[in-house]
Design a protein around this ligand. Sequence first.
Ligand SMILES: [Mn+2]
Length: 349
Amino acid sequence: MNAMLSELARNRFAAFHSHIESTDPAGRWLILTHDNPDPDALTAATVLAKVLRSGFGRHVTAAYRGIIGRAENQEMVRSLGMQLSQARRLKPESYRYVALVDCQPATGNSPLPDDLAPEVVIDHHPRRRRTSASPFHDLRNNYAAAATIVAEYLLAAGIPATRREATAIVYAIRSETLDFSRRADEADRLIHDHFNARALPRLLGRIQNPRLPLNYFETLREALANLRGVDTLVMSRLGAVAQPDIVPEIADLLLRMEGRTWSLCSGLYEDRIYCSIRTTNPRAEASRVMRRLVGQRGRGGGHGMIAGGWLPAARGGAEAVSRQQDRVEARLATILRKDPRRIAPIAED
Ligand SMILES: [Mn+2]
């Protein structure tokens, strides 16, 4: 086994190994990510597929629900030749086993029915109650990326990565940590550096700086026109968006505003209001804030400094949605102990 792996990583892989060995070798596997997968989810799913195929001789399909929205993520799948299916086109009964990566059952972005316990769960978000129903789960809350866990499996299994797979692992960790500006574990750094030596810099550059559709710029204009804030909180809202991943992307951008330590963006996609929260406070629990924000009718989750969620959209057209977004913004201000009556447009004087 590889000397750079921690004792924990070696023990977890040993447990994974013996669990997979205990399953039916003829049983087909379906690997699923969270809905609207990000680079971490895409990488964790495709690398786990490789581990199950090359290390255990299993028949595996990796799939996702929703859309691969961001131009960066579309470029990643294209440039790196990542093999993923649209779950809608698959028959669930063809698969004996399900593995869930980068999310957990009964969360707002899980593709599975709440009462279905997958055989395997590999994730780095805080533990959810339902996950204990799965026969094998490897949860590492301290890791910045689920791809790091799966890359450790690859190393532990002694399976060589292609240069494109190494590139995917590097990009997953960089995007999940915003180039290590967000909290990361020593394991994330070690895995990043190990695979970076084999990554393809030109493909990385192409993925990080893709061509962008006109609707991206239109959405950016809308976000900047709707800037509002109170104290250290900055917020913006979007109407109907072309793809839901633009909401967290705007929240990331807003958090870079000088003097602000919390950001919120919300936007309408299909029949949901998607919300993303970001904070610069490493001790904050953004996922708890998000769950309070969306309440009983919505779903939400996240890590310490980032969280996402959704609410069913109000009926009654754009105005009803806008009033709902007013309420969301006021509620976040209240949760963060800021006076919602002092929320005001932000503009340079
Ligand atoms: Mn992740």
